[in-house]
Design a protein around this ligand. Sequence first.
Ligand code: BGC
Length: 582
Amino acid sequence: MSVDSLLHVASPLAGSLTPVHAADHAHGWWRSAVIYQVYPRSFRDLNGDGIGDLAGITAELPQLAELDIDAVWLSPFYRSPQRDAGYDVSDYCDVDPLFGKLGDFDGLIAEANRLSLRVIVDLVPNHCSDQHRDFQAALAAGAGSPERDMFIFRDGTGPAGEQPPNNWQSHFGGSAWTRITEPDGEPGQWYLHLFDSSQPDFNWDNRAVHHEFERVLRFWLDRGVSGFRVDVAHALVKAPGLPAWGGRADGSSSDGFPGHEAPMFGQPALHDIYRAWRRILEEYGPDRILCAEANVDPLPRLADWVRPDEMHQAFNFPYLHAGLDLHRLRTIVTESLTSLDAVGAPSTWVLSNHDVVRHATRFGYGWSGPREGDGIGPADPQPDHALGRSRAAAASLFMLGLPGGAYLYQGEELGLPDGIDIPGHQRQDPTFTRTGGTRLGRDGCRVPLPWRASERHNGFGDGVHPWLPQPESFTELARDAQAADPSSHLNLYRRILAARRELGLGRGSLSWAEEWCTGSSLAFLNGDVLVVMNMGTESLELPAGEVLLRSSSADRELADGWHGISSGETVWLRISAEDSES
Ligand code: BGC
């Protein structure tokens, strides 16, 4: 069905619909998939060392399958000194002993297959760990050697080379360059690291780097993964000559997005890398996917990443950053669908991940939450947790009604808040140390999950204390406690995900329902389901139709007879042909 013909759908709303996106009939499981991010350190600790492990994930996988998701994405579990929680990889083709062995990974894949869940793994191609054998070899070999050429080494500036080669800053704070001591004991060259100094950037101008990552792709594809989430996919290639950058030092513009012209982001040569990877995936059939963590703005530029011969999906960070600003949300949803439709790609939607304050906490503030990546401490203004959780439910119900794919972050189905009371000595995010504690970093959203309220550490593991302390509220929010309560956040997610699948919303269409887009409410029609989010202070009457889901548990209990939507709530309403005739 074309976008224009959407206007002619039999519906009492037809006069006030602005069509944006037609139903999606293309092949590809990912186009409407709900993909659940597992953060292995914090998922489930089966061996009792205080850190989650692969066997723990396998043990709890049936609980995820119950949620009616399509796939899990595993954040890194590879060999790593864990200086950036595993995003500092020292061996891309092995499991870190913290998490288990390769055999445990195979066990996880087998269990996922049994449960009809796909598994996507994280690929970290921009940088490795300084303990990676290639970086160690580069340090041992001299300046100008092929070993050094795997990375971005440069001589320093200043009379004795004592100043960094350019003014680029690390995303985690401080200079993006570190000077090494040469094998002869003298101060020597500098190497580039867009992140921590323990994460040297690879030199993607060197074909040997391409070959190495093609090997890594095949290694995991051979083991049965359904694809890769590609870490900082916009950063691999740097502008020739590494020119100084006058925008914000970490490459972002004033609104936090990478500046369009930043020399470390979005370089044209990136696209051929992903085309080559796509060809490799296609050797394994049509079902393996690439998803870009490409923090690019404006949205139409994101479409360049998901052209038919490149990646399958890209994260939609503008959607995450829009929060509950309804005007911005509408613009972003419209721009996402129209720009991605133009290249035949589905959109994705996301509210939380391991790098941002959880949305149940962000929405517990007025309208401006904490700065991204900075976390919250006991000395900061505190969120209203109950408000945050109920708005999070409303935002999730809205997001999961949108056509396209959706990414969930572990624990959001429980409405978990960020950990706030984390003592400095337990904080592990390099942002905390690199900024002398000025920026708290991302540990708050990485606190280990609560599984069973009556068990030690809320069932995360029965050994030593979890690597980050769990807030007190985690006991009442534990999965088993919520499973037993029909009005819990968890049961709401279960109902949403089951209904989304049954109604085919992920493949559906989208038209704005203008009458309910009032500025303080936002509404769209997907097929015959009207999704209305009301962030105003007043309740609104709804049109005739069957209420399928409400985000607010209070209303679920007192719903009798009242056909409206309260302040702070989202509703899914089925508008049937019958209703439209009445
Ligand atoms: C990951 C972060 C990580 C960074 C460096 C990101 O975008 O999501 O967790 O610190 O890449 O690898």
